[in-house]
Write a protein that binds this ligand. Structure first.
Ligand code: GRF
Length: 199
């Protein structure tokens, strides 16, 4: 069984959606660790309630290289095959990315490469796009930049607020993250340039 390492900083709804799919057998994998850099992250509590290994690794005041080294060590110790960033509010160092090449995924609430970074839904609304969505991509050391595994489109409505748009995007995030994990774990893909293609 492939082992997932989840990294989060907050609410943890994407993690919860993944955990639900694992629990129901729709996603064949096990969650080997849920690591948070914020001790107060609600996602950690969700992990504890589900009996999953919740690991607090506070990042405050720790130099990036030192912090990343200890997270890499923890993930390695737990034999993680694939790392899923799920609202992990930190940029990973090059060393971290190199430790797990093409084995780190992230979910971002826009159709990348549009609106990388913080508040993607607000950026989309303010820009006036008519379609936004979410993206699951491999992680490299650049922000929201690696090869794209899956995307889902969401229509932006005239009456949308940041909250209403975010909620509809989030529903799609919960759907495609597990799907992308399934694809990546299957091993039936390859990279052509920037493209992730079947095969
Ligand atoms: C999601 O919108 C995700 O796309 C972004 O951070 C948010 C995390 O939400 N990277 P949650 O903690 O999974 O509920």
């Amino acid at each position: 069984m492939k082992r997932l390492g989840i990294l989060l900083s907050g609410r943890g709804s994407n993690f919860e959606a993944i955990a639900n799919n694992v629990a129901s057998g729709r996603l064949e994998a096990e969650i080997a660790a849920v690591i948070s850099n914020r001790p107060e992250a609600p996602g950690l509590q969700i992990a504890r309630e589900r009996g999953l290994p919740a690991v607090v690794m506070p990042s405050k005041g720790v130099a990036r290289e030192d912090y990343d080294r200890s997270v890499v060590a923890e993930l390695t110790k737990r034999g993680v095959d694939l790392i899923c960033l799920a609202g992990f509010m930190r940029l990973l160092s090059a060393d971290f990315c190199r430790a797990f090449p093409m084995r780190i995924l992230n979910i971002h609430p826009s159709l990348l490469p549009a609106f990388p970074g913080l508040d993607a839904q607000k950026q989309a609304l303010e820009h006036g796009v008519k379609i936004s969505g979410c993206t699951v991509h491999f992680v490299d050391e650049l922000l929201d930049a690696g090869p794209i595994v899956l995307q889902a489109a969401v229509l932006v409505l005239d009456q949308d607020t940041v909250d209403s748009l975010s909620a509809r995007i989030l529903a799609e995030e919960h759907r495609i993250y597990s799907e992308a994990i399934r694809i990546v774990l299957s091993g039936r893909w390859r990279i052509e340039g920037r493209r992730v293609v079947a095969g």
